[in-house]
Design a protein around this ligand. Structure first.
Ligand code: TRP
Length: 335
């Protein structure tokens, strides 16, 4: 076994993987693979808390895994797996359910937001989502969890559960996980192209709001041309008054790996149109090799399944001691 600290992250197979996921998550994961015992899970059990088309879910799940690999997640270094392949997740979630209070889950803002959005399908799973997420994390004695602001509350609950159970059973059943902020969180927040005050989201119904990893050069250019800019015509970075331009500059800065100042200087005296066209070229050039690798990896489903089987086996191996210790503490007769 490894002595590196464990890092766990999950991504739901919903929507289209897009440039914001790449910059905010996947790109950082790739860098962390050497320093952490990384587990990256495609969380399909979470995804079904809202209505899914079974066919689309299946296709998207394999697509997402292929994108991870194409972006540089190395299955020899990291454990890449599908959540439902590791039944310990559901099992621990049940055990945690019996130690999670209705009042705690009632406070979760994501539940409130999603119930408002899916009025016809406020199912128990949607309510219980945070307990399953806690199970994902606690199952592996995870120390670091890279999460965005919208998941902080769930991570807090996970920490509360770990502390509560360790105290109750007077032993260290679970490590208390911490949020992980990447060392260079440069431009972590990529905003929607049409509404630069909202975060870019892969589940946005309006696909003009994001650049999908699969978008080709023409689509990228079209979306950027349509992107909301601000009044005025000068290119400079002002998040408050020019959020649209600031967002494009941030994208340029992150993709070209240059500080914002240098990017602003580069566009001195030029117009918004120049920024959009150059940025489109930059992103298209950047995505091209990733897209080529994706096509290659995705075309070999046998190999993809083999990677996922290996990932699931490895994850189970790591999960079982923690689950067993908890069952033992609860007074279950172990088999
Ligand atoms: N809830 C997370 C999201 O929507 C996904 C997720 C599920 C996750 N389990 C996790 C993230 C465990 C980090 C750790 O973004």
């Amino acid at each position: 076994m490894t002595s590196k600290p464990t890092l766990f992250s999950g991504i739901q197979p919903s929507g289209d993987l897009m440039i914001g996921n790449y910059i905010g998550s996947i790109k950082n994961w790739v860098k962390m693979q050497d320093d952490y015992n990384c587990l990256f899970s495609l969380v399909n059990l979470h995804a079904i808390t809202v209505e899914q088309s079974p066919e689309a879910l299946k296709k998207r799940s394999l697509d997402f895994v292929a994108w991870y690999l194409a972006a540089g997640i190395d299955p020899d270094k990291s454990t890449v797996f599908i959540q439902s392949h590791v039944p310990e997740h559901s099992e621990l979630a049940w055990l945690l359910n019996c130690h999670t209070y209705m009042g705690e889950l009632n406070r979760m803002t994501q539940f409130k937001d999603k119930s408002a959005k899916h009025e016809q399908n406020i199912n128990v799973g949607l309510f219980d989502y945070p307990a399953l997420m806690a199970a994902d994390i606690l199952l592996y004695q995870t120390e670091k969890v890279p999460v965005g602001a919208d998941q902080k509350q769930h991570l807090e609950l996970t920490r509360d559960l770990a502390i509560r159970l360790n105290n109750k059973f007077e032993r260290e059943l679970f490590k208390v996980p911490e949020p992980f902020i990447p060392p260079t969180s440069a431009g972590g927040r990529i905003m929607s192209l049409q509404d630069p005050t909202a975060k870019m989201s892969k589940s946005d119904e309006n696909k003009d709001n994001f650049i999908a990893l699969a978008d080709d050069r023409k689509q990228i250019l079209k979306k950027l041309k349509k992107a909301v800019t601000d009044s005025g015509s000068e290119i400079y970075y002002d998040l408050e008054n020019k959020p649209g331009v600031a967002n494009l500059l941030t994208l340029y800065s992150v993709i070209s790996d240059q500080p914002i100042d240098a990017v602003v200087k580069h566009f001195e005296g030029k117009m918004y149109g120049h920024l959009k066209i150059e940025l489109a070229e930059l992103i298209a050039d950047y995505l091209e090799p990733i897209q080529n690798r994706f096509t290659e990896i995705r075309s070999n489903e046998t190999e993809l399944h083999a990677i996922l089987t290996k990932g699931a086996d490895h994850a189970r191996q790591q999960a079982q001691p923690t689950l067993r210790a908890f069952q033992e503490a609860l007074g279950f007769v172990l088999r």
